[in-house]
Design a protein around this ligand. Structure first.
Ligand code: ZN
Length: 455
């Protein structure tokens, strides 16, 4: 056998990405994320994805979302002292994400690592640029390709004499603001034997993203007509920056939002603001359109009427603003974060609009509100819901079925595909589509079930 793949997370499920790849007898781990939302997630998150850290030659990160990096400190705690490779932006975001995770776990007592474990982890970070082929073990080379999902996100190509494998990481949508589209061109003579592909939306197609600003304008017009506030729950990494980009375009027209319209746009929360500052730092990962905007002095992350509320005091002040305002705050599914205080105060007001821009998982407050609950319990109090709920479709950090198939069709020489990072229906549906429409054998392996990587 030339190689082996073991998906220790995100196998017939979405979270916990950690893929052990053995090529030429060298072991590389791609991602080391936490499980989220599953009943036994907390217990599973106390275990490292692999026990034998001594055999591990390198860890490579596709991107810095917690479900891809959250268990890194556990590896280091257990004695892993090799490199943790990723795009420089991924490593910078991972630093913020891991420090935050350590603080939260210390706070709620769930912690399996502390800040000093995170410090030790960060000391092992080794930045790698897109397209720069480099050795990660004696007989294995690695190259990162832009995955267009969040800043620094990458697909990881691992090459040995015996076999080559490309792990997609999370793939973004074409045309996502700021980011370049997922890579479609590979160096000459690249031959990829095996692919691991995500399938979050493997069984679905998104509405077109091209008209997103028109839909946003419509929603804001309706929402602001009666002078209320628009609350937008949004993830700090990726979605917040995308929203700022679109709100800038609307504010530039001077009619509905921003300084001239007299409707402030407030981004509330230190994490969203810190990540936005990082987006400003890594201009080499931006697409041409956003760079042109920036050169023309048109943001996209600073413009008149855009404010940040970093401290709790600033957040408190933002909540007392009279008149219409647009507030972007985490968490994206209303499961915690600064959005909760706004909801507590503004849900009883019928002039309030809550605008959902992302997927709301079962069991979250976001889902309850989207489903039309007339009252909710917040901080132990029953709050009547008179606010109106609106969903803005089309904003998604993940490629849909059509885009996933198109990305895969562009990878040269693929002989077998492993589908992961999706609910079972999405995994199976995409695997089936790959086999039928591209003629490539595809399976969705169970967790930790070894898959042979032959040539
Ligand atoms: Zn992600």
């Amino acid at each position: 056998m030339t190689g082996q793949l073991c998906m220790h997370g995100a196998a017939r499920a979405v979270t916990g990405s950690s893929h052990e790849v053995v090529l030429a007898a060298e072991t590389v781990l791609v991602d080391c994320g936490v499980f989220q939302g599953e009943p036994d997630a907390a217990a599973r998150n106390r275990r490292a994805p692999i026990d034998d850290v001594a055999a591990l030659r390198a860890v490579v990160l596709t991107h810095a979302h917690l479900d891809h990096v959250g268990r890194l400190p556990l590896l280091v705690q257990r004695g892993y002292c090799g490199p943790i490779l990723g795009h420089p932006a991924t490593l910078a975001i991972a630093e913020i994400v891991l420090r935050d995770a350590a603080k939260i776990s210390a706070y709620d007592g769930s912690g399996s690592y502390r800040l000093d474990d995170v410090d030790a982890t960060i000391a092992q970070f080794a930045p790698v640029s897109y397209g720069a082929r480099q050795s990660v073990a004696d007989r294995v080379d690695m190259t990162l390709f832009d995955a267009g999902h969040i800043l620094g996100s990458a697909s990881v190509l691992l090459e040995s004499k015996g076999a080559t494998i490309l792990l997609s990481g999370d793939l973004g949508r074409r045309g996502t603001p700021i980011l370049r589209d997922p890579n479609r061109t590979y160096p000459p003579f690249t031959r990829v034997d095996h692919v691991v592909i995500e399938s979050t939306y493997g069984d679905r197609e998104h509405p077109s993203s091209s008209a997103i600003e028109d839909r946003l304008r419509d929603v804001l017009r309706r929402a602001l007509e009666d002078g209320g506030k628009v609350l937008i729950p949004a993830f700090s990494i990726g979605r917040t920056q995308e929203l700022i980009y679109h709100l800038r375009a609307v504010a530039a027209e001077g009619e509905l939002a921003g300084e001239r319209a007299g409707v402030p746009i407030i981004v509330d929360g230190p994490m969203g603001l810190e990540i936005t500052a990082l987006y400003e730092r890594f201009l080499d990962a931006w697409d041409a359109e956003s760079l042109a905007l920036r050169r023309a002095g048109a943001g996209p992350f600073s413009f008149d009427g855009l404010y940040g509320a970093r401290t709790p005091r600033a957040s408190e002040l933002a909540r007392t603003i009279e008149g219409p305002a647009i507030i972007v705050a985490g968490s994206g599914m209303c499961t915690g974060g600064r959005i909760l205080a706004y909801l507590e105060e503004l849900l009883p007001d019928e002039r309030t609009h809550v605008l959902f821009v992302g997927f709301q998982a079962k069991g979250t407050l976001g889902r309850t509100l989207v489903n039309g609950a007339r009252k909710v319990v917040l901080s132990g109090k029953t709050i009547p819901v008179r606010a109106r709920m609106t969903t803005l479709p089309g904003l998604s950090g993940h490629a849909d079925r059509r885009e996933l198939l198109a990305w895969l069709a562009g990878v040269p020489g693929v002989r077998s595909v492993f589908v992961g990072h999706g609910e079972p229906e999405a995994c199976d549906s995409l695997a089936d589509a790959i086999t039928r429409s591209l003629g490539i054998p595809a399976v969705a392996p169970a967790e930790s079930q070894p898959q042979s990587l032959g040539t």
